[in-house]
Design a protein around this ligand. Sequence first.
Ligand code: PBG
Length: 329
Amino acid sequence: MYPLRRNRRLRANEAIRSLVRETIITPNDFLVPLFVVEGKGIKEEIASMPNYFRYSLDLLENEVKELWSLGLKSVLLFVKVPENLKDNKGTEALNPNGLMQRAIKTVKNACPEMLVMTDVALDPYSTYGHDGIVENGIILNDPTSQVLSEMALSHAQAGADFVAPSDMMDGRIIQMRELLEDEGFTNTGIMSYSAKYASAFYGPFRDALDSAPVDMADVPKDKKTYQMDYANRIEAIRETEMDIDEGADIVMVKPGLCYLDIVRDIKNTVDVPVAVYQVSGEYAMIKAAAEKGWLNHDAVILEQTYAIKRAGADIIASYFAKDVVKLIS
Ligand code: PBG
């Protein structure tokens, strides 16, 4: 008697393993998040995201050129807004000379072929740290969608290729699409954060942008009235299908690792590219464990990236993009 099939034959050495490997990672898979600050000559490390930085516009140029040289051709921009420019309705977000609008131009100047996506949400601009306008303890939906669509238009006017609304208001995609079409931005794409969960893994990101909800009376302490309940699965499909119907070109699931079941559900359901965001807390966990010598950093980031792609991600937004690309080249 011998085993009917010896699966280990296909695992015997690296040559046969690579021959039968089902999932391949390339630089084309990645979208690189970048944090931008005002000032000059600034490259400051984010305390809860070791080896990840905020850049002033002059140094952003070098970073973008380095990404391009590594084969990384898409970036997702976030800005840290000075406290004195924040208010409840994102006024500064619409400033044609605001930091985001200048950052878009900076990237396009430094690297004209780089695909520029921009975060569209009020939280970095909000005194209250919410993705929407706050009134009597409520996050207003429709007035927020209105501002977000104007913000998207402003990014398109500054040269963004794709706008990426990360707020989870209802109906904001169609409102944004219509305004972009009306204003002639027919080729500006929308990558919608469609299934975005109310997650504790966003903590380090909120440190990076100083954008956490503030602790004040009449301001909700969390984002659970707009971001999704992590107990839910079917709802993610509904959210995603609605965003596609409203005009989203790319949909996103966020966070990554804990939500790979959702990624697969959505990949099996929709016919547009699916992006996955491996978020700041996922980054921080690995960095912390590696610093302590408890995990092998490089091995773990590769394994997680493969897992995300294997689950169905067409696009991976990751703070590890540079590291992974160096490891696979
Ligand atoms: C804000 C936004 C968040 C992230 C991306 N856009 C934070 C939040 O919703 O509170 C999180 C990204 C990360 O944690 O890496 N609209």
